[in-house]
Design a protein around this ligand. Sequence first.
Ligand SMILES: C[S@@+](CC[C@H](N)C(=O)[O-])C[C@H]1O[C@@H](n2cnc3c(N)ncnc32)[C@H](O)[C@@H]1O
Ligand SMILES: [Zn+2]
Length: 292
Amino acid sequence: MYTNIMPILRCPHCGAEFELVEGQTENEEVIEGKLVCKKGHSFSVHDGILDFNSREQEGLNSWNEYYKDESYDELDRELDARDTQTQRKNKSDFLAGIVEEAKKLDSGYLLDVASGRGLLLRELLKNMDASVRILAADLSFPVLKYDRIKFKKDFPNIRANYIACDATRLPIKNNSLDMVCTFAGFANMMDLMEDGIKDAARVLKPGAPLINSTVYMDENAPGAQRVIRFLKDNDMACAEKMFIRRELLAMHRKYFMTVREKIVYEGIAENVEVDLIPCAGEWFANAVIVAQ
Ligand SMILES: C[S@@+](CC[C@H](N)C(=O)[O-])C[C@H]1O[C@@H](n2cnc3c(N)ncnc32)[C@H](O)[C@@H]1O
Ligand SMILES: [Zn+2]
């Protein structure tokens, strides 16, 4: 972690500010240390990552399990190789659509929510102005640990901060960020998606944008109906709002004054091996939603 994040951090338990107890530092980056709030709640900085003791999702994005069988690099290669050429092009256009909005920020704090393997994070590190302070948050400590190593190698001069935490309860003060963005991060929160959007609104400065990205589907199509049943059977009722356009727009309007959308692509989906959505053979759209 870099200490430039200290002014905006708050204890997720009591809201108090933290004091940093530095252990080991390397080139001004705290690699090992401790954050302690006034009420004595304590969290560690470990392997350069701020660790708020969040637990990975079970069965879905359980990175620690995946890394038991494959190294980070191997898994990256394997997941990327599954995409067809069209899917690869769609993904890169989708990321470019998010970055186009993100680049409107020329300074301040930018948080990438649910940054996962860092597909969006890589584009942000590559494209954002040097005076933007980039933060990445994910439930998974292991995924962030490997992201940090990978991106330190590729972007040695960028001082990014990695926070292992639940992004529905960010350890960040109200009204402190200049932009929040995500590549499919809120959708991956499933039934907690609205909590994530609400907390993003809380940490953003008034008028600062949330750039969400999502896949719309036709809720009446057979594949989409199957997904809705699957979510219900797995106690995630309402999670289908993640792909229903009117529900999503309404959810953003609840927490933000203005909401606009940009459709980056629409067409018929090819088979996707690992993801539930979009459903093969059915209409879908890749949309960027900007709420502020
Ligand atoms: C598959 S990734 C999405 C792609 C990623 N944004 C990228 O650019 O590569 C989804 C991530 O959401 C994270 N996630 C799910 N729920 C979360 C939550 N409540 N808080 C933080 N991260 C969460 C998972 O740990 C997972 O890493
Ligand atoms: Zn506290």
